[in-house]
Design a protein around this ligand. Structure first.
Ligand SMILES: [Zn+2]
Length: 381
């Protein structure tokens, strides 16, 4: 998550202690490794297929034609659920980064551990979004949600409440460690008439969970057929979808939406990781939701809604599946706002981007995390 690679710092004769979390002792090790490179083994699957923030910045720097993608961020959280900051604070930070459109996508009711919203809270948040937009300072703040989906593909919110939103993300947060093929589960989620984006589709987390298994060719094709957009969650330890799957998505013609999944203002900068992944995978620019103007974006979302509604009336699909809820994702840190906090608890770990935004609220969360019941870390499913 350093904004520059250690090699660049070293080669330009600067001190490696410029990097966050690096003191003289560790700097000495890194310096020796860079001069006399040790054999580096291939990463295990649970840490494979991730790119560094520094390399992402380098990719976006040389692909100026993608600069427009950085104008929109389609997933972030606020203090209404498990984020650290208000809508205003997120909007202000996004404005400073040149964003022209951001989606506020807090969690839905089932994710109790994140203080998920019911319909009344969602509506009240919508009023606050309207108030922010009315001030006209920009960016355009979209009313959105990250709705939890059951393994049967059903949401947990009234369709009428979702119809009033500008963007509805659906995401799996339970039964994420099943090892058998989940293609049918993806099909059911993609057919959900109320969602336009399937968020962090694999459900993987760096060094914690490898994510669901499915036939990505068929899933990507089905996404294309249903109009459901697949997400690149640009959060550093998610990067979901990853470059390898995105190549399949590019080939099958599905659309892509990029969001940071930021839980604090400092994390908004990581959008570049998602943009770089799209570039490296060869995703065509004309199928990236972020590259649409605000007006074209609203039209596109309307089209997806209409297409899905038409399919429903054709097939009479039931919105509410009968499946009972299973264990919920308690990915460390998801419950406490910034997921970096969990790493910090075991030692110093921060980034140039997030350390600036680190606040009393975050310190409080570190304390809350440390006070969390033992074994909580292992319950993430
Ligand atoms: Zn999520």
């Amino acid at each position: 998550m350093w904004s520059e690679e250690a090699t660049v710092i070293q080669e330009s004769g600067r001190d490696l202690t410029e990097l966050s979390a690096i003191g003289p002792f560790t700097a000495n090790f890194i310096s020796r490794w860079l001069k006399d490179r040790p054999e580096v083994p291939a990463p295990p699957p649970i840490r494979d297929g991730f790119i560094t923030y520094a390399s992402a910045r380098e990719v976006t720097r040389v692909h100026a034609e993608w600069v427009g993608a950085a104008k929109a961020d389609h997933q972030m959280h606020t203090d209404e659920t498990d984020g650290s900051s208000t809508i205003d604070e997120m909007a202000e930070a996004a404005r400073a980064l040149g964003r022209e459109r951001i989606a506020i996508t807090d969690h839905s009711r089932t994710l109790r551990i994140t203080n998920g919203m019911d319909e009344a809270r969602l509506a009240a948040q919508g009023d606050r979004v309207d108030a922010v937009n009315a001030r006209g300072a920009g960016p355009w703040v979209l009313k959105g949600i990250e709705m939890d989906l059951t393994p049967e593909g059903a949401g947990d919110m009234e369709p009428a409440a979702l119809a009033r939103l500008d963007l509805v993300l659906g995401a799996f947060h339970s039964k994420l460690r099943l090892r058998d093929d989940q293609t049918e589960r993806y099909f059911r989620a993609l057919a959900n008439p109320d969602i336009q984006v399937l968020a962090h589709p694999r459900g993987r987390v760096y060094n914690f969970r490898t994510g669901l298994v499915c036939d990505w060719d068929r899933v990507a094709r089905r996404a294309s057929e249903t109009g459901t957009v697949l997400e690149i969650d640009a959060y550093p330890d998610r990067q979901d979808l990853d470059i390898e799957r995105l190549r399949i998505v590019a080939a099958e013609g599905a659309w892509i939406s990029i969001g940071t999944d930021a839980h604090s203002p400092g994390e908004l900068a990581f959008l570049e990781i998602g943009i770089a992944a799209a570039i490296l995978a060869g995703v065509p620019r004309e199928r990236v939701l972020n590259l649409l103007s605000n007006r074209a974006f609203a039209e596109r979302v309307g089209l997806v809604r209409a297409a899905k509604a038409a399919k429903i009336s054709e097939r009479g699909t039931n919105r509410v599946a009968g499946g009972k809820r299973e264990r919920i994702d308690t990915t460390p840190g998801k419950s406490g706002g910034s997921r970096f906090v969990r790493r910090e608890a075991g030692g110093r770990f921060s980034t140039d981007q997030t350390s600036a935004g680190r606040s009393v609220a975050q310190d409080k969360r570190v304390k809350a995390k440390n006070a969390a019941p033992k074994g909580m870390k292992d319950r993430g499913d």
